[in-house]
Design a protein around this ligand. Structure first.
Ligand code: WT7
Length: 647
């Protein structure tokens, strides 16, 4: 074994999958993937019409297609609800914990089934048909899960937009998928503060380019004042109360779309990542069960927002496919105080807990006392997701939060992958703090050099995946060519993740971060191009370049270099205005940490901005600027450094 610190599987940990089983099942899954996945799909999913073919895919330019179980039919909401009613109808499906600690709710499988059926019928009454797109812009309330499942029940395709996005960002996403319905709430509440969701929807729909939305369905969350457009706006409570509670599920092909979820890339507008029905559900359910070692009756809590893929796969679809009890938390870790997470764990007797490194780092800063005053005895497995976890935060999570008893699953994956691909299994994997460890069943990671040559043994390179897995995205909605260009053009016949990684002598993977112009800010994915285009939309800005820099809490911070238009003067007031501008254009998560005025940006003679240099300056690392000989105007670099040092 290598020099890194190793935490072996605890001897007394009795898991679904042990070391021998992992090795055998992994080998089987790679030797004959169709046999492996065929068996899993028959065991784990309930089919209307069984499939006869397992996989059918090609990553080649002229023939890019990915299909799993392509002639089978099923319904995702049936698999997440109806299937469990007989045995677990009275079991809690969702524990909702409100922003206010005195506000929580248990919803049984039977109740959830009824809510989903009523909304499904209400949507059908509004004319929603199989294949139609429905945009969800909701707080973390049970209705978010109900709306996702109601869409799945009637074959509509949901597109959840994170409630922290601005009206403009919401409008972009509605326009791209041509949604006919938006489901929202009057307001959301987080950390005691209200966000005007309905007013944001009104602003988005007021934009001329938004032409497809016919109805807006509004959940009453706070009862706060909102504007109302007669004929367009409908109260959720009214239309579901009058709807029938018997809603026959639509028979869907395995490859019919389930949802579209927008994510940032290195260029252009966010991409509509499209996931389909059977393969996605199988992969979300199987990984949820085995990665968290989930057992019937346990309480499982993922702290993500349903606006991100983690919320889709590991709050809603994965857990419900397994008839689990899933916790949905409306609030934030610091409200009413920084013990909230641990209070909730005790209150609901949570057995597995899944959160992001950025939250762990923030809570670690407050010391051990807020953790130690809670029992946390119910915990069995801890999870981490969204960005690399630094070993220091890992150790704190392990020793303080988990009292040294609970394995940590550091799960590496992406919106595109549907579920976790590189991850420990609690009973099968010895842990190394900071490593996502080894591949899940059926997953074949590889490292390649810049020419695409596969590297073996302990090595460092671009992380690619050979072959497909059922949870893989199928296309970018409306732009299959971009799907090819983004993921399959860099290296031939493999999926390129955009991440770099190191593999050690034990075959463990260590994700080193994005190799493209994508930032990871507090586990949120941001395209530098999106922030730049927001900045240049401001009348005072001529040009902007955005890079990431290491940030203690956020993992990466946002550093923006801004060249002003002729006649505009730099000032502190303008700095504040630009910062606020990005916040309103995209959302609070995109607000730059630093903006630096730059009379000129370092460019090559062909006019390409040299981000490598800008990154170094943002990092305060001037000794290491690399080759600057190809710069059109080498002088701008010294000027930028002077300004950086004098800020
Ligand atoms: C990017 C994907 C995974 C769902 C939430 C984020 C980074 C994610 C890890 C991890 C190191 C990680 C990668 C990846 N990432 N998990 N455990 N260790 N890096 O999904 O918004 O699509 O972002 O997040 O860079 O490419 P996403």
């Amino acid at each position: 074994m290598s020099e890194e610190k190793i935490y072996p599987v605890p001897a007394q940990f009795d898991a679904l999958i042990d070391k021998q089983q992992y090795e055998k099942m992994y080998a089987d899954s790679i030797r004959d993937p169709d046999a492996f996945w065929g068996e899993q799909a028959r065991q784990r999913l309930d089919w209307i019409k069984p499939f006869s073919k397992v996989s059918n895919y090609s990553f080649a330019k002229d023939d890019l297609h990915i299909r799993w179980f392509e002639d089978g039919t099923l319904n995702v909401s049936y698999n997440c609800l109806d299937l469990h009613l007989e045995e677990r109808g009275d079991q809690t499906a969702i524990i909702w914990e409100g922003d206010d600690p005195d506000n929580s709710l248990h919803i049984s499988y039977r109740e959830l089934h009824e809510k989903v059926s009523r909304l499904g019928n209400a949507l059908r009454e509004q004319g929603v048909k199989k294949g139609d797109r429905v945009t969800l812009y909701l707080p973390m309330i049970p209705e978010a899960a109900v709306a996702m499942l109601a869409c799945a029940r009637i074959g509509a395709v949901h597109s959840v937009v994170f409630g922290g996005f601005s009206p403009g960002a919401l409008a972009d996403r509605i326009v791209d998928c041509e949604a006919s319905i938006v489901i929202t709430a009057d307001q959301s509440v987080r950390g005691g503060k209200k966000v005007p969701l309905k007013a944001n929807v009104d602003k988005a729909l007021a934009q001329e380019r938004v032409t497809t939305v016919e109805k807006v369905i509004v959940v009453k969350r706070t009862g706060g004042d909102i504007e109302w457009t007669d004929g367009r706006d409908l109260w959720y409570e009214e239309i579901t109360a009058s709807a029938d509670s018997d809603c026959p599920p639509e028979e869907m092909n395995a490859e019919d779309p389930l949802f579209i979820l927008y994510t940032s890339g290195s260029t252009g507008k966010p991409k509509g990542v499209l996931h389909t029905s059977a393969g996605y559900l199988l992969y979300a359910g199987m990984t949820h069960e085995l990665v968290f070692d989930y057992r019937p009756g346990e309480v499982y809590w993922c702290t993500a927002d349903v606006g991100w893929v983690t919320g889709h796969s590991y709050i809603v679809y994965g857990p419900l496919a397994n008839a689990a009890t899933t916790v949905m938390f409306e609030g934030v870790p610091s409200y009413p105080d920084n013990s909230r997470f641990w209070e909730i764990i005790d209150k609901h007797q949570v057995n597995s807990f899944y959160t992001a490194p950025t939250a762990i780092r923030a809570l670690m800063r407050d010391g051990d006392e807020p953790v130690k005053k809670c029992s946390r005895k119910s915990l069995r497995v801890l999870g981490s997701v969204g960005e690399p976890i630094n070993p220091q935060a890992w150790e704190w999570y392990y020793h303080v939060v988990g009292d040294g008893r609970c394995p940590i699953v550091d799960t590496w994956w992406q919106t595109e992958t549907g579920g976790t691909l590189i991850t420990p299994l609690p009973g099968a994997t010895d842990l190394k703090p900071g490593s996502a460890t080894r591949p899940f069943f059926g997953v074949q990671p590889a490292l390649v050099d810049t020419d695409g040559n596969e590297l073996d043994g302990a090595n460092n390179g671009a992380l690619v995946l050979k072959g497909s897995w059922p949870g893989q995205m199928r296309t970018i909605f409306g732009d299959h060519e971009r799907f090819f260009q983004t993921y399959f053009a860099t290296f031939e016949n493999v999926y390129f993740t955009g991440d770099g990684a190191r593999r050690d002598e034990d075959g463990y993977y260590w994700i080193t971060g994005r190799m493209d112009d994508v930032l990871n800010v507090s586990g949120h994915r941001m395209g530098t191009a999106e922030i730049e285009s927001a900045l240049v939309a401001h009348p005072s800005v001529a040009e902007a370049a955005v890079v990431g820099f290491p940030h203690d809490l956020k993992g990466q911070g946002i550093y923006a270099y801004v060249t002003l238009s002729a006649g505009k003067e730099p000032s502190d007031a303008l700095l504040g205005e630009l910062s606020q501008w990005v916040r309103t254009e995209i959302g609070p998560i995109a607000k730059p940490d630093f903006i630096q005025f730059a009379p000129g940006l370092p460019k090559t003679r062909s006019g390409k901005i040299m981000r490598r240099i800008l990154r170094k300056i943002a990092e305060n690392d001037y000794g290491n600027l690399g080759d600057t000989s190809t710069l059109a105007e080498p002088g701008v670099v010294n000027d930028l450094i002077d300004r950086r040092m004098n800020r």
